[in-house]
Design a protein around this ligand. Structure first.
Ligand code: AQP
Length: 346
């Protein structure tokens, strides 16, 4: 496999209620990656409309996710921050990938099954095709690394399958046109840390999610200190004190979740947390978790509020990011069109 320039790409949907799972599983990690990689961070609005979105609300949410990126510490001068619909190459490459991906591959995607539920016939074609667009998002930049939560693992595997099939199907043209053995990299998913899958505060076996009808299931990035405190105090737990070893968290999903959240917020491991809190009752541990969560999330929420009050600034950040993103994607997609054999406008 030829060496590809290391590049990070990831995205977040502007579908409301950005929560602690989105923050710890994705956005917080986006911030740290900036020190090591060139990064593109995208507000994936084309993905958002795979389920109905009120237009005015969608515009607001695009700005709010952008504000969350900036408030969390993504530097738009260093990283490319943009919204997907401003860069036409995403949709263009998705069409080409629709003709590479196989129906059988998409039929295996568990997220579609979960999101479409029993009313499958009524789901949009876009919801079914979501993982192909995600492959296009990543590969339009030939990104090598993608930080995501664990729920996206299967989609990342599909991205690798699409890249590999494209490289195989067009191996002759790829080599003839001077791209060597492979045009697309085999993207590495970066999934990990104590909060790769943050669970609902009401049910430790369910993922914390924007669409959970209970607001008590999640901590939103915009919750104030009282809201955070109430939700943590009401979080479901069991009757035992915390164990001293991580093995003692097995079969205790709620305890495991709260310890994982504490560890991720404090940049330590579950082992470190249990060294300090092993034997503690939940009432004491929850008190410490409230203090930590308020200290870490409070400033982000406040900065988000400040930023969304100035939509002109956010729109300017997105416009600048889109121009920089397109400058990377456009030559890649032009090369893809040559590889596929489309006649160019000359
Ligand atoms: N619970 C989670 N724990 C860890 N990471 C998570 N992510 C989402 N939920 C968790 C990660 O956040 C990033 C952005 O997610 P998204 O906005 O693209 O959409 P999603 O995964 O569909 O988010 P939700 O909350 O689960 O929305 P709904 O309720 O609509 O299904 C991704 O990197 C994701 O892995």
């Amino acid at each position: 496999m030829p060496a590809f320039k290391e590049l990070v790409f990831s995205g977040v949907q502007p579908t409301g209620n950005l929560h602690l799972g989105n923050y710890l599983g994705a956005i917080k990690r986006f911030v740290t990656m900036q020190a090591q990689y060139d990064c593109l961070y995208c507000v994936v609005d084309l993905h958002a409309i795979t389920v109905w979105q009120d237009p005015a609300e969608l515009t607001r949410q695009i700005r709010e996710v952008t504000a969350a990126f900036l408030a969390a510490g993504i530097d738009p001068a260093r990283s490319v921050v943009f919204n997907q619909s401003q860069v036409p190459q995403h949709a263009e490459l998705a069409w080409i990938f629709n003709c590479v991906a196989r129906l059988g591959w998409l039929n295996r995607m568990t997220q579609f099954k979960e999101k479409a539920g029993k009313d499958r016939e009524n789901a949009s074609v876009g919801l079914y095709d979501y993982p192909v667009l995600m492959a296009a998002d990543i590969l339009a930049y030939r990104a090598t690394h993608v930080p995501v939560g664990e729920d996206q693992k299967q989609h990342l595997e599909l991205t690798r399958d699409i890249a590999q099939k494209f490289n195989n199907d067009f191996a002759g043209a790829i080599a003839e046109q001077g791209h060597g053995e492979a045009f697309f990299p085999t993207t590495e998913p970066l999934i990990g840390g104590p909060a790769a899958r943050v669970m609902s505060l009401r049910d430790g076996t369910k993922k914390m999610s924007k669409s959970d009808p209970s607001d008590y299931s999640r901590i939103n990035l915009t919750d104030d200190a009282d809201g955070i405190a109430q939700k943590v105090r009401k979080a479901k737990t069991d009757a035992e004190p915390l164990p001293s070893e991580t093995a003692g968290l097995e079969k205790r999903p709620e305890a495991d979740n709260l310890v994982g959240i504490f560890a991720a917020l404090n940049d330590v491991s579950r082992e470190d947390v249990l060294r300090d809190y092993g034997g503690a009752q939940f009432s004491a541990f929850k008190g410490a978790l409230v203090d930590l969560a308020v200290a870490k999330l409070g400033p982000i929420g406040a900065e988000m509020q400040r930023l969304v009050a100035d939509p002109g600034h956010i729109d300017a950040v997105l416009a600048n990011g889109a121009a920089r993103a397109e400058a990377i994607a456009a030559p890649n997609i032009a090369a893809v069109k040559d590889i596929v054999g489309f006649a160019r406008r000359r």
